[in-house]
Unconditional design. Structure first.
Ligand code: AMP
Length: 543
């Protein structure tokens, strides 16, 4: 027997309408190339999104067309999100930090009709324009006065495009299964793959993100996504904030700048912020060096890469800020797990153990770990295997691919290696491609990195497997020192004793000036391996 309830469609238009009716006076504050502090309301933002949707129709955009964006986190990008998705177009966010060949490939593959570009990315697009015959024109995200000189054909100024468009756009009633947004994975091997998000998936994901044991946003909060809007929809914050009426603070091109992040937090009373560990290193370093405080900041959501204990400690001890560790991926919209509040009465050792985990599955996500033959492994916190997931906001098939992305029994293989304990806490130990296998046994590079970055003289650390005559592979620790600190590599390796099994301890420690990062701010082990291609174990260690 069927239930007898209405078939309301779960669409991003629903989010927009809800915010328009309830929170039209709440603010969006952005930094843009042409304005150090742009400020307006959700009401104004959605009005302009309607004008943009109308302009896109006049430009000939047809339902289902992909509209590409190469843009920072700011109010115009926010307008683009809604104008495209809610008018039946697909918002294709492109990561401008990718190699230009990959950007060209992505634009061609998605068949983007129009590209909306921040002035800063005009040179990148100019360099590949010849390979983009399918793109009808380029809209530059600025006002007339800031229009750059460019060799791009058919360029339009964003503000000029909106001028004169009527207010009160009539948004279509969309099917919840229709495509809303598109984001390509960074592509560690082969070409990047497109993840095509539906309105339904994005709406359900927004509910999941907003749960009290997840981002838990409230109306009178101010949230600052320091995760780019070109990477998995800034972890859904441009959807979640308007649902709750939270103020949205968008740092534009200044995401890696500790000074700007500090100023935004202080001046806009930001109390929630989200981003990868690297941005928090930049903020914490700035706060340390300038002895500044960020009293409004209450919680920071850290994901995209394992959050070192040192970041959690410094936030908590110096600034009274609670860090929540989260895990997810492009294919998961992205939220998979979240490490919520822990009660005060948990013993310090146990607190630390649990907080370093990536957290529990968001409601809507199921997880399992399996061995090489696909057999389920126990959730005992010890066994580790390939992490697989399923749920309504997880990718089933990549864009334009005929093949399913799932296992024969319907799970998505994340490419991560993990443990799950009896309380459901996920512990990511590695990426399948990054695991170090020494004498046939796995060593967790993440655990070793966490130990290293907890040392005050180490700013950043990565552990990679290096071929070894006897053991196949052995771990090598690569560190970037904290500015001004002296590093004694023997002593650093000594400090691993008692913290991990003896055979896990890296055989050597290399001090470098920088460790390469991916376009999304994570340590790029692939590039690090290339950088260290000539590294050889010292004579005494090679056999
Ligand atoms: P992306 O699709 O580019 O966002 O990358 C997703 C991948 O980032 C995951 O599959 C993990 O390997 C890694 N990742 C994300 N969050 C975490 C985390 N909290 N701890 C460790 N790895 C993470």
């Amino acid at each position: 027997m069927h239930g007898l309830m209405m078939q309301g469609q779960l669409t991003l238009t629903g989010i927009m309408r809800h915010a328009q009716e309830n929170f039209s006076t709440r603010e969006i504050v952005s930094i843009t190339a042409d304005n150090p502090r742009h400020r307006y309301t959700y009401g104004e933002a959605f009005e302009r999104a309607g004008q943009l949707a109308s302009a896109l129709q006049k430009l000939g955009a047809q339902p289902g067309d992909c509209i590409g964006t190469l843009a920072w986190n700011d109010h115009r990008h926010f307008e683009l999100y809604y104008a495209t998705s809610c008018s039946g177009l697909v918002c294709h966010t492109i990561n401008p930090r990718l190699f230009t060949e990959q950007i060209a490939y992505i634009i061609q593959h998605a068949e983007d009709r129009w590209l909306f570009i921040d002035p800063a990315f005009v040179p990148v697009v100019e360099s590949i324009a010849a390979s983009l015959p399918g793109v009808k024109g380029f809209v530059i995200l600025c006002d007339q006065a800031q229009m750059p000189a460019t060799t791009l054909r058919n360029t339009i100024c964003y503000e000029a495009l909106l001028t004169g468009e009527p207010s009160g756009f009539s948004w279509p009633e969309l099917n919840e299964q229709s495509a809303a947004a598109l984001c390509y994975t960074s592509g560690t091997t082969g070409n990047p793959k497109g993840v095509l998000y539906s309105h339904r998936a994005m709406t359900l994901h927004t509910y999941g993100v907003l749960m009290p044991n997840a981002f838990s946003l409230q109306e009178y909060e101010a949230v600052m996504p320091v995760v780019p809007m070109f990477h998995v929809n800034a972890w859904s914050l441009p959807y979640a904030a308007p649902v709750m009426g939270a103020k949205l603070v968008l740092p534009g091109p200044k995401m890696g700048c500790g000074e700007t992040l500090c100023a935004l937090i202080q001046e806009e009373n930001v109390n929630v912020a989200a981003g990868v560990p690297t941005v928090w290193l930049a903020l914490l370093q700035y706060l340390r060096e300038t002895a500044q405080e960020v009293p409004s900041l209450q919680r920071v959501i850290v994901g995209g890469a394992a959050c070192p204990w040192s970041i959690m400690q410094e936030f908590e001890k110096r600034h009274g800020v609670y860090t929540h560790h989260a895990w997810g991926m492009t294919e998961m919209s992205p939220l998979g797990t979240f490490n919520g509040w822990l009660p005060e009465n948990i013993q310090p050792q146990e607190r630390r153990r649990r907080r370093l985990k990536q957290g529990r599955a968001a409601f809507g996500v199921e997880m399992r770990i399996v061995d090489d033959s696909g057999k389920r492994l126990p959730h005992d916190g010890i066994a580790f295997g390939a992490l697989q997931v399923r749920g309504p906001w997880i990718c089933e098939r990549y864009f334009k691919s005929e093949a399913s992305a799932l296992t024969t029994d319907g799970w998505f293989d994340t490419g991560d290696v993990a443990t799950i304990d009896a309380d459901g806490y996920l512990g990511i130990t590695d990426r399948t491609k990054d695991v170090i296998k020494s004498g046939g046994e796995w060593i967790s590079s993440i655990e070793l990195e966490n130990i290293a970055v907890a040392m005050p003289e180490i700013r950043e650390a990565a552990v990679i497997g290096i071929a070894h005559e006897k053991w196949d592979e052995r771990p090598l620790l690569v560190v970037v020192p904290t500015p001004g600190a002296a590093v004694d590599t023997t002593e650093i390796l000594d400090r691993f004793h008692g913290k991990v099994a003896r055979w896990w301890i890296p055989d050597d420690c290399l001090v470098v000036e920088t460790i390469p990062h991916t376009a999304t701010g994570k340590i790029s082990k692939k590039d690090l391996r290339i950088q260290l291609a000539d590294y050889r174990w010292p004579e005494t260690l090679s056999a």
